[in-house]
Design a protein around this ligand. Structure first.
Ligand code: MSP
Length: 656
């Protein structure tokens, strides 16, 4: 296993439509992880691309009345342009219509066929056009597709099958003995649940009479390859499999294959059994992230609530968009995309915390000559801030390793907030007034050092803005962008003598009224100008998150997502008088929460009840058990009373 190398993949996207926020998210996440691993000095390979065969693409081309290849050539540009716009640093872009990929697929098929891993048989099954998958009668749910709930049609035909079933026991054991293989762990359980039923063989062909847009089987020209069998092989064909043994040995097995939760079975069952039959090792981790919802509902074209990443970027800028996606989603869970939440997080984390810390320090340095002074002897306050900055480095390193980027960002934000508290406490403006230059110099140097460290840690998420920030601190932009987390570990004084400049516009506050205007499609220069009205000049002093009178703003309130949930199961936590472990249905997903209500409610009395939970709370462990949220209850003395809703409410309804 190449643990010193980092090979990361995204799913390859169907070119049947324009990219949406789901595609943008996975690709940005992969980009951020790739950048972080480069920042840790690991040789990194980042692969993305497009899935260009199969029924969906053939149908999309037919609707546009263009040949499928032309359709692919045109549509792929939308993805490539968006990735450019979003600052994606993929090392390679695979298209499954490339000849070299098709050659690899044919070689794999021929080899498996020659070794008896693929056979021909008559097949009766139910086919879902949307998912391009066959199901047996017993897989169907109420006669409909078990994946998407759409109508299925019965099909009888002769086809080729991969002997997937013979690997069932091996796969179960592999998953059970490799806890890192499918992440998060609850997705491994989901796959194991799927594998509890007998696993069938996989139909890997489509008769050309029904579908001809695919790779022809090398051993039967009347058939093309099933699109998933072709697509999954991109992960090995792109790093030299059957073409360049050296490159392949360097990169395979992949370190991290990112997917959305909807394509778990194809990646955690089809893909590993294919690799096993091919005699190849499995990727270290398949990581399934959750879905972006809008207003807690699934995005769908028919509801007209699909977020277009281009529009968000035009309105708010690339880096703010990247930051929001990474900070807002706890990897593995679903997250809610609303413009209100976007603006609230931007204003609080970027405009308020980071923007203000930077602008205060720059202003003070500019007022005292424009050059970051050499520090004098450090005091406890200074050391405390430098410790907070160092904790952010450690926190981010751990977060990268554990795939908890939101927590890493939180650690950096903590250090930035510590920076603002430090300025309040040390009051450099007073030191300047009083002429206490030696102490002022130490404070400015210490604060600037903390900002520098935070900026290097944030660089993979916000490369453009952090480069600008580096320039404001007196670095050459290119050199600053090239700094790595590893460089922060070197220590030493890198700040003294730097000539700073002002950048008041780094994260201008977004006026809430402006944000309320719906995002409009915009293009080119016009788009850049359209972005301006949403931004207003930065306030001179930071608006505290909690005002002195103890009041919070509506923005702050909306950062908490309250949702209804139905309790599916409940049990007492062993050796605890207070804790109950609940399995809850949040409408779009199931979660486990641990609640301290056992003295007021029995486990049985909760099953079936509707409760209200904080849905975007960072998971925490209580007595070693993960809690993915918190329920609300009123408290009088020791007595707790559940907060619930009046009448029936669907699980997942937003509360607020
Ligand atoms: N072509 C297949 C993947 C083949 S990989 C060998 C495919 N393509 S897709 O374009 O339909 O979807 C790509 C990814 O987008 C999936 O991982 C899917 O989970 C993700 N998303 C689609 N909508 C999404 C959200 N609303 N939120 C987050 N990701 C979602 O499947």
């Amino acid at each position: 296993m190449n643990s010193d190398h980092f090979y990361i993949t995204t799913p390859i996207y169907y070119v049947n439509d324009k990219p949406h926020i789901g595609h943008a998210y996975t690709t940005i996440l992969a980009d951020v992880l790739a950048r972080y691993h480069r920042s840790l000095n690991e040789p990194t390979f980042f692969l993305t691309g497009t899935d260009e065969h199969g029924q969906k693409v053939q149908r999309a081309a037919a609707e546009r009345q263009v040949p499928p290849q032309q359709h692919c050539d045109e549509t792929v540009l939308r993805f490539q342009e968006l990735w450019k716009r979003l600052g994606i640093t993929n090392d390679h872009f695979v298209r499954t219509t490339y000849d070299w990929h098709k050659n690899v697929v044919r070689q794999v098929l021929q080899d498996l066929y020659d070794r008896g891993e693929i056979y021909r048989a008559e097949y009766t099954g139910w086919y879902c056009v949307g998912d391009e998958r066959f199901f047996t009668e017993k897989d169907l749910v109420d006669g409909k597709c078990p994946e998407c709930g759409r109508e299925v049609s019965e099909i009888i035909e002769s086809n080729y099958f991969f002997r997937m079933s013979k690997y069932q026991d091996w796969l179960i054991e592999y998953i059970e003995t490799h806890p890192d293989f499918i992440q998060p762990a609850f997705r491994a359980n989901e796959t194991l649940g799927f594998l509890r039923k007998p696993l069938g063989d996989l139909c890997i062909s489509r008769p050309k009479s029904r579908l001809n847009w695919g790779i022809e089987l090398p051993f039967d020209k009347d058939f093309v390859t099933y699109v998933w069998f072709d697509a999954l092989l991109n992960y090995v064909s792109s790093v030299g499999y059957k073409q360049d043994g050296g490159a392949f040995a360097k990169w395979w097995p992949a370190s991290c294959q990112l997917i959305g939760k909807d394509i778990l079975t194809t990646h955690s069952v089809y893909w590993p059994t294919m690799l096993k039959a091919m005699g190849l090792p499995l990727p270290r981790t398949i990581f399934a992230h959750g879905w972006w919802l809008t207003g807690n509902t699934k995005m769908s074209k028919s509801l007209g609530n699909v977020v277009n990443p281009m529009e968000m970027v035009d309105k708010y800028g690339v880096d703010a968009f990247r930051y929001f996606l990474l900070a807002e989603m706890t990897l593995g869970n679903d997250a809610n995309f609303t413009e209100d939440a976007f603006v609230a997080r931007y204003n609080s984390d970027l405009a308020n915390d980071l923007g203000n810390l930077l602008s205060r320090v720059l202003k003070m340095v500019l007022r005292s000559g424009g050059v970051i002074p050499a520090p004098g002897e450090r005091q406890d306050d200074d050391r405390e801030l430098l410790d907070a900055a160092a904790a952010a480095i450690t926190g981010m390193e751990a977060a990268i390793r554990d795939m908890k980027i939101d927590q890493g960002l939180d650690a950096v934000l903590q250090s930035i907030r510590a920076g603002n508290r430090y300025l309040e406490k040390t009051a450099p403006w007073t030191l300047a007034k009083k002429g206490e230059t030696a102490r002022l110099n130490t404070v400015l140097h210490t604060a600037a050092t903390a900002i520098y460290q935070a900026a290097v840690l944030l660089m993979p998420v916000m490369p453009e803005k952090m480069t600008e920030l580096g320039q404001a601190l007196g670095f050459d932009g290119g050199a600053f962008a090239a700094l790595r987390i590893a460089d922060l570990r070197q220590g030493g004084d890198v700040m003294t003598g730097r000539q700073v400049s002002d950048t008041t516009g780094l994260f201008p506050r977004i006026q809430v009224e402006a944000a309320a205007e719906p995002v409009k499609p915009a293009a080119g220069d016009k788009a850049a100008k359209a972005a301006k009205p949403a931004k207003a000049p930065e306030p001179a002093a930071p608006a505290p998150a909690v005002a002195e009178d103890g009041l919070i703003s509506i923005d702050d309130f909306f950062r908490t997502q309250l949702r209804t949930a139905k309790v599916l199961a409940a049990e007492k936590v062993e050796k605890s008088d207070k804790l109950l472990k609940l399995q809850i249905d949040l409408g779009t997903e199931q979660r486990q929460i641990v609640a301290g209500i056992a003295q007021s409610y029995t486990a049985e009395s909760l099953v079936g009840r509707t409760i209200v939970v904080v849905a975007n709370l960072k998971p925490a462990k209580l007595r070693g058990i993960e809690s993915q949220g918190m329920l609300l209850a009123a408290k009088t003395g020791n007595k707790l009373q559940l907060v619930t809703v009046d009448g029936d409410a669907e699980p997942g309804a937003s509360v607020g």
